[in-house]
Structures are given as structure tokens and as C-alpha cells.
Design a protein around this ligand. Structure first.
Ligand SMILES: Nc1ncnc2c1ncn2[C@@H]1O[C@H](COP(=O)(O)OP(=O)(O)OP(=O)(O)O)[C@@H](O)[C@H]1O
Length: 407
């Protein structure tokens, strides 16, 4: 860092925050008078190393109580880290939880003027600042004369967003703000965030709306139990978080082994046909951990057949919440398309352009008798892989589509 290069706009190094939890209200008083700790520390955040760059919109995702708001408050300067360092270059404005920073008994107008003064808006510029906040919020003057405790959450957020962004901060911290307010105001707020990004300002954005995080943020971090467990390109981080959330919600038991070599067929050694090996081939190699949407993919299945009787193969792709996404078998297309013969047999299922969107998946494989009814051997939840989609479509699968727009 030099005088001409102020360094990253936001930098956290080994930052952690422990809240003080008092078992009884009296313990707080005792602590003051007895001058010895009467609280339990609750570590809401630990070991956070994070650097944001100028002009980036950075997303934070994580489940309730993960520590996201705590991190935002450290950056906003409303909390101090218990350990480590938090450094923010330039003016920071924050939209934290509803009500933070505003005095409920004061009017909207007084609160806005106070916010301007706190953010060092020069006295001669306060009128202009106030006017720009009012214009952006679109709240009538009569409303601005009322105490903010009488505002609806939407009205409150309109004023808070307008006041925080009108100070033209270098770093803008937003906690869930965009989920409040009507569509018109959400659109205005998003436009303002875009403008911030384009004018080289840094935005730290936390939301449970993963569509918004994907749309707005180039990079993101997933906070889990107070620690950063994933940090990088938004699509990768959000996909990993979504997979975790699905597994948690569905209480899935993901018993998938780490590689194809780790699974064993369930059939007895005497079974007429046994699975020997399964591999996934893409242009990136064999058994990749990541498949990109639209890549050509081959699932190659090797079996050992001990009898000359025909048999069939079945393959299903399942998501990590155990939902079958797609299943097929050799006898589905042609009843006589069986495999036959004694010895090693290799078959492949080829998907020219893999249509699944971002998510975590694994394979289920079945060897079936000539009727397709009896399972001779099987392996479930094997070769787990992650799909990443570079485009912005969301959901489970990419459907061929086109937009027809008025000319
Ligand atoms: N003032 C406080 N005193 C004590 N514990 C707190 C305080 N604020 C937050 N916590 C605790 O710290 C942990 C992290 O909370 P935080 O609000 O940062 O989570 P979050 O990820 O923002 O959650 P949410 O998505 O629900 O807003 C939680 O266990 C929470 O109960």
C-alpha cells in the first residue's frame, strides 16, 4: 500500500467477533461493578480473511445465524472485531437491519439530516442532500414529518436506502434491504447499486435471495457457523451453498463415496453379471469433479458377464437430495437392445450437451436381467459430481428455448 495506492477498499485479516452472552440481566451489572467477566463469549465470526476490490459487488450467503450480519457490521464500523483487523478505505454507508441507525421518535426529515451530518456532508450541502434523499425515496413531505416509528417497513427502507446511498459512499454495505419495498422501489435500488458498481464503488451485499446474489455479484463468500467455508466466483459459491441447503432441508443421507474406485458392487460373486467399473468422460478428462452445462458427457459402464443370457443396463442421475433427475435403461428405447455374451462388456451412455444446471449430483447404476425387471447388480450414489452453468438461467435443467419479442 502506498500514498497513491490506498490498497483494497475492504480488508479483513484474521477477523473474529465474540458477543457477550449474559445468563441473567443482573450479570451485566455485576460485570461493571465487580470488574470481572460474568458473561459467556459467543463466537459469531472467526478467522475471516477477505479483501474486496474497487468496483466489485461482493455477495454473502449463509443460513440464519451464520454470521453474515456480524461481518457486515464489522465492515460498516458499527461493531469492532474481538480479534484480528478490519480496514475500510474511504466513506462507508450501510443499510443494516430495519431501524438501525435511525431514531424511532424523530421524524424522517430529522433522521435524514442527522444521517447527513454523521456522514460529514458539509452544512452548506445538507439541503441538497436532503432534497436528493426525498426525491429518491418518493415519500411525501407529510410522511417525512412523522416519526419513523410510524413507517411501514417498506417506507422505512425507502428512506434508509435513499439516505445511505445519497452520501455517495466508497463502500456500500447492504443487509437484505432489497427484499423490502415494492417492485418499483426494488428496481430503483438495483439500478442505483448498478450505478455504484459502474462508478468504481464497492458493494458488500448480503441476501437470502440467491437470484439477486447471482445477478449482482461477481464474487461471493458462504459463511457457515461463523467461518468462511467457500469464497470465489459467485456461481461456484452459491451452487455449493444451495447443495448444502438442499441436503439439510431434505435431511438427505448422502452416502456417496469420493471416487469411482471406492464403490463395490452389491451382487454376490456368483451373480450372472457384475458391475466392474464406471467412469464419466468429458473433454476435461475422466471422472471430473465438475461438469459444465452443455459439455459432451459419456458415462462408461463395464461389467463382467458369466452367462450367455442377455441383460440390460440402467443409469439414473440423482441430485444430492436423492431426487432422480433422469433415468434411462437399455430396454427403454428398444426391447431387444440388450447386451449379451460371456466376459467383459463395455457400454456407454452419451449425452451430447449435458443439460443440467448448477447443482450436485451422483449416479445410480443397475444391471438388469433380460426382462428388465430383476436387478442383478447395482451401485447407488456413486461418482458424485458438481455441475456449473456459466449462463444466468436457473433451476434444474436447461430447456431448449427462444424468446419471441415484438419487432
Ligand atoms: N448482539 C448479539 N448478542 C449475542 N449474540 C448475537 C448478537 N447478534 C448476533 N448474535 C449471534 O451471533 C450469531 C451470528 O448472528 P448474525 O446475525 O451475524 O447471523 P446472520 O448470518 O446474519 O443470520 P440471519 O440470516 O438470520 O440474519 C448468531 O448465533 C446470533 O444469535
Amino acid at each position: 500500500m502506498t500514498a497513491s495506492d490506498p490498497g483494497p477498499p475492504v480488508q479483513l485479516a484474521g477477523a473474529g467477533k465474540a458477543y457477550r452472552v449474559y445468563r441473567r440481566p443482573l450479570d451485566r451489572v455485576k460485570e461493571v461493578f465487580w470488574r470481572r467477566p460474568c458473561h459467556d463469549p459467543l463466537w459469531a465470526l472467526r478467522d475471516v480473511d477477505l479483501e474486496l476490490t474497487c468496483g466489485e459487488t461482493f455477495g454473502l450467503v449463509g443460513e440464519n445465524g451464520a454470521g453474515k450480519s456480524t461481518l457486515l457490521k464489522l465492515v460498516a464500523g458499527t461493531l469492532r472485531p474481538t480479534v484480528g483487523r478490519v480496514r475500510v478505505a474511504g466513506r462507508v454507508a450501510a443499510l443494516l437491519e430495519l431501524g438501525a441507525g435511525f431514531h424511532p421518535d424523530e421524524s424522517g426529515r430529522e433522521n435524514v439530516l442527522l444521517m447527513g451530518a454523521l456522514n460529514k456532508v458539509p452544512t452548506r450541502a445538507l439541503d441538497d442532500y436532503y432534497r436528493s434523499v426525498v426525491d429518491f425515496s418518493e415519500l411525501p413531505e407529510a410522511v417525512l414529518e412523522r416519526p419513523v416509528k410510524t413507517y411501514s417497513s417498506g417506507m422505512f427502507m425507502r428512506l434508509a436506502f435513499a439516505a445511505a446511498t445519497a452520501v455517495e459512499p466508497d463502500v456500500l454495505v447492504i443487509d437484505e434491504a432489497l427484499s423490502v419495498g415494492d417492485m418499483h422501489f426494488q428496481k430503483k435500488s438495483l439500478d442505483r447499486i448498478m450505478y455504484f458498481r459502474e462508478s468504481g464503488r464497492t458493494v458488500l451485499f448480503c441476501s437470502h435471495n440467491l437470484y439477486q446474489v447471482r445477478s449482482l455479484c461477481g464474487r461471493a463468500a458462504w459463511i457457515h457457523q461463523g467461518r468462511v467455508v467457500a469464497l470465489g466466483a459467485t456461481e461456484e459459491v452459491v451452487t455449493a451453498y444451495e447443495a448444502h441447503e438442499r441436503a439439510r432441508t431434505e435431511r438427505a443421507r448422502v452416502a456417496a463415496p469420493a471416487s469411482g474406485a471406492a464403490w463395490r458392487p452389491v451382487a454376490a460373486a456368483s451373480a450372472p453379471v457384475r458391475l466392474v467399473a464406471v467412469t464419466i468422460e468429458t473433454p476435461d478428462g475422466v471422472n471430473p469433479t465438475v461438469i459444465e452445462t452443455f459439455q459432451p458427457v459419456r458415462f462408461v459402464i463395464e461389467v463382467d458377464s458369466h452367462e450367455p443370457r442377455p441383460f440390460h443396463l440402467g443409469l439414473a442421475i440423482r441430485r444430492n437430495d436423492q431426487e432422480n433427475v433422469f433415468g434411462t435403461a437399455t430396454h427403454f428405447l428398444h426391447a431387444d437392445a440388450s447386451l449379451q455374451g460371456v466376459g467383459r462388456q463395455v457400454a456407454a451412455l452419451r449425452i451430447p450437451a449435458f443439460p443440467l444446471l448448477s447443482g450436485d449430483y451422483a449416479l445410480n447404476l443397475y444391471v438388469l436381467d433380460d426382462t428388465g425387471l430383476q436387478v442383478l447388480d447395482m451401485a447407488e450414489g456413486i461418482l458424485p459430481f458438481r455441475v456449473l452453468h456459466a449462463g444466468r438461467e436457473f433451476g434444474l435443467v436447461h430447456l431448449p428455448h427462444e424468446w419471441e419479442l415484438p419487432s
